[in-house]
Write a protein that binds this ligand. Sequence first.
Ligand SMILES: NC(=O)c1ccc[n+]([C@@H]2O[C@H](COP(=O)([O-])OP(=O)(O)OC[C@H]3O[C@@H](n4cnc5c(N)ncnc54)[C@H](O)[C@@H]3O)[C@@H](O)[C@H]2O)c1
Ligand SMILES: CC(C)[C@H](C(=O)O)[C@@H](O)C(=O)O
Ligand SMILES: [Mg+2]
Length: 372
Amino acid sequence: MSRVKKIAVLPGDGIGPEIVDEAVKVLRQVEEVFGYSFEFEFAMAGGGAIDRVGTPLPQSTLDLCKNSDAVLLGAVGGPQWDENPPDLRPEKALLGLRKGLGLYSNLRPVTLFEGMEKSSTLRPEVIAGVDLVVVRELTGGIYFGEKTRVKTEEGEVATDLLIYHEHEIERIVRLAFQIARGRSKRLTSVDKANVLESSRLWRSVVQRVAKEFPDVELEHMLVDNCAMQMVRRPAEFDVIVTENMFGDILSDEAAILTGSIGMLPSASLGEGSLGLYEPVHGSAPDIAGQGVANPSATILSAAMMLRHTFGYEEAAQSIENAVRTVLRRGHRTPDIALSGQMAVSTEEFGDRVAEELVHFEPTPSIPLEVMF
Ligand SMILES: NC(=O)c1ccc[n+]([C@@H]2O[C@H](COP(=O)([O-])OP(=O)(O)OC[C@H]3O[C@@H](n4cnc5c(N)ncnc54)[C@H](O)[C@@H]3O)[C@@H](O)[C@H]2O)c1
Ligand SMILES: CC(C)[C@H](C(=O)O)[C@@H](O)C(=O)O
Ligand SMILES: [Mg+2]
């Protein structure tokens, strides 16, 4: 019997608590079905933490995460904190967690589940066969460079430093090559090397690391072209590796290939086994508290946790298969429901996925599998 795994749970703001509840429900069902044991410890992060204790990422939360096997996060942020000074922004919690836990690689699988073509606003024939992974650098680049804001005679001036060290590029690029090797052996490196020096460094590091992976077909693509190709011929992408901000933007765009931003999970990993698992979307203040948020992204993030941190591959697949089955049966939240179809609530969707786990039978197809 494996030892109890400790999971730090940070529901956060907006729809965060609603979607995290469903992922925890599914993980509890995994305990029942597979005999694993999880210990969930809840903690504050984001806007709620600012309101209660005056900081987005309390030291106690960071310590809990460091002392856990994995972290499950909902989302942070909301309009009530939008005017806060930089250090009192909910998003600081996320950036602090990623940096504080050394989680430099962010895997964002983009999978089109069967029957979901019609849920996207894109034409079904354009998105047919979409199955790609965005590998996003997560602790460097413009998000973490020095920021300044000064008043001058001509008005205010603000700067954000975009800085990359060679070693930061090298480790994420090597991981992306390894992932590509385990999939279809195609890697697209996305940069803006026609303008940015940091991108020229990025490209030269990619070219150097590529020599270790002669079996992987590499292409370089400028980010503006990539944004266009992503909706023109998305099924031709397999693994995309890119820097922090480009990865943020491209992954939201890629979400629409799957039907909704509510479908995209993520894993943030570093050198050790500790990982942070969260949906790609935000706190969706416009639908918070209504019970209509799509919990798939968070449930699928829990599956990624089982795979990447705990090595529970069969249980991870069982969650993915359960989501697939529930969607195929037409149980869908409003963001992905077809017109004329009765949508289910966040809670009902989670219930259905949890019920489906009981009926799991392993299949050889693993669309979300990322090998490294
Ligand atoms: N990881 C995070 O915590 C995270 C990520 C992105 C944005 N944010 C924060 O969230 C807040 C809102 O940001 P935003 O509106 O730009 O992005 P968002 O992702 O929260 O919402 C964008 C749109 O997608 C919809 N949406 C998002 N998740 C959904 C789901 N699970 N089911 C159905 N619909 C869903 C929302 O209703 C909204 O219309 C901001 O404060 C932002 O900084 C947090
Ligand atoms: C909220 C924000 C800091 C965050 C990011 O840009 O990394 C979010 O958009 C994401 O994609 O996880
Ligand atoms: Mg984002």
